[in-house]
Write a protein that binds this ligand. Structure first.
Ligand code: 13P
Length: 342
């Protein structure tokens, strides 16, 4: 496989495949395991990820997997490094390198993502462990008077510095500026989400330009333009799709090879439906696919339920969801296919 950034980025978003975001931090995966009454230990986290990475759909629907620091160092029960399982399936291992969103000093209610200190050295280590792409997630809150210029500037500046360091290390940066749909300030309508997403993306591409990042060797991981979870007026799928494509046309340069969405709290099926409708509207100047965490894993986690005897059931659930999203990456998903294949 080519080591050029442009080729790695293209491989991640092409062929009707998409990304599996399996990079939940130890505290986030604990929340997911708590929901099924499973204790989160190094071993249970390993068993869960091993279940996902050995599913058949890994080789037909998944182009890359975003890992967490612990996971990139772990091996399967039989001693095979988990990164080898991923590569064996024809997918590319990636790594989450940010250290989480922390309160932004002087900006009540807003956060800035940390993790730049020491990043150069960590990237070298991750490269040696097989990672060829990375992820950094910034969060933008909508609320009363929020977001502020200061928070958008701080977050996109950090994303640009991260992206520049990645490219120097031979690693494709996934830049993820997530306009949140949940949280206490989530009473916002779809128009507000559009405006904030446009503002964020325009600022992001200005910062990436100033940091001399090669856009051809990056991938954008954005939210879709949706109403906040607690908003009384939810947008129709058609409206979501129209506004999401419109915001990209306004703010994402065509030098960017691919856009891979986060699911952000959308239901599994809605995340698939939105992606499919967006692609059915194409062709677009970018490949548009998925980089889902919750919307790819929720059903598989339920089916597996922490038990070795349920590995096959976990695989079935994951295969189904991943394949539905692969169809959506080509604009070919339908509710009928969803039912037939279930
Ligand atoms: P969700 O799809 O669950 O939003 O997670 C994707 C992700 O990687 C967030 O950083």
């Amino acid at each position: 496989m080519s080591e050029r950034l442009e080729d790695i980025a293209a491989a991640l978003v092409s062929g009707g495949k998409g990304l599996l975001a399996a990079d939940e931090s130890t505290s986030t995966i604990k929340k997911r395991f708590d929901a099924i009454g499973l204790e989160s230990t190094e071993e249970s986290r390993r068993d869960y990820r091993e279940m996902l990475f050995t599913a058949e759909a890994m080789s037909d629907s998944i182009s890359g997997v975003i890992l967490y620091d612990e996971t990139i160092r772990q091996s399967a029960r039989d001693g095979t490094p988990l990164t080898d399982l991923i590569r064996k399936a024809g997918a590319i291992p990636g790594i989450k390198v940010d250290e989480g969103a922390k309160p932004l000093a002087n900006f009540p209610g807003e956060k800035v993502t940390e993790g730049l200190d020491g990043l150069r050295e960590r990237l070298k280590d991750y490269y040696a462990r097989g990672a060829r792409f990375a992820k950094w997630r910034a969060v933008i809150d909508i609320g009363d008077g929020l977001p502020t210029y200061g928070a958008i500037r701080a977050n996109t500046h950090a994303l640009a510095r991260y992206a520049a360091l990645c490219q120097q290390a031979g690693i494709v940066p996934i830049v993820e500026p997530e306009v949140l749909m949940d949280g206490p300030n989530a009473v916002h309508d779809v128009k507000t989400c559009y405006n904030v997403t446009e503002w964020t993306l325009k600022t992001l591409y200005e910062e990436l330009y100033l940091a001399r990042v090669t856009l051809e060797g990056t991938i954008l991981k954005p939210n879709m333009v949706v109403a906040g979870k607690d908003c009384a007026t939810q947008a129709s799928p058609e409206e979501v799709v129209e506004l999401t494509v419109k915001v990209f046309k306004a703010a994402v340069p065509v030098a960017v090879p691919g856009i891979a969405f986060l699911s952000g709290g959308q239901s599994d099926e809605l995340a698939t439906q939105h992606l499919s409708l967006i692609n059915a509207l194409g062709p677009h100047p970018w490949k548009i696919t998925f980089s889902y965490g919750r919307a790819l894993q929720a059903a598989a986690l339920q089916a597996w339920n922490g038990r070795f005897e349920n590995v096959a059931a976990g695989h079935r659930a994951f295969n189904h969801r991943a394949r539905m999203n692969a169809l959506a990456a080509k604009g070919e998903w339908t509710p009928e296919l969803e039912r037939q294949a279930a």
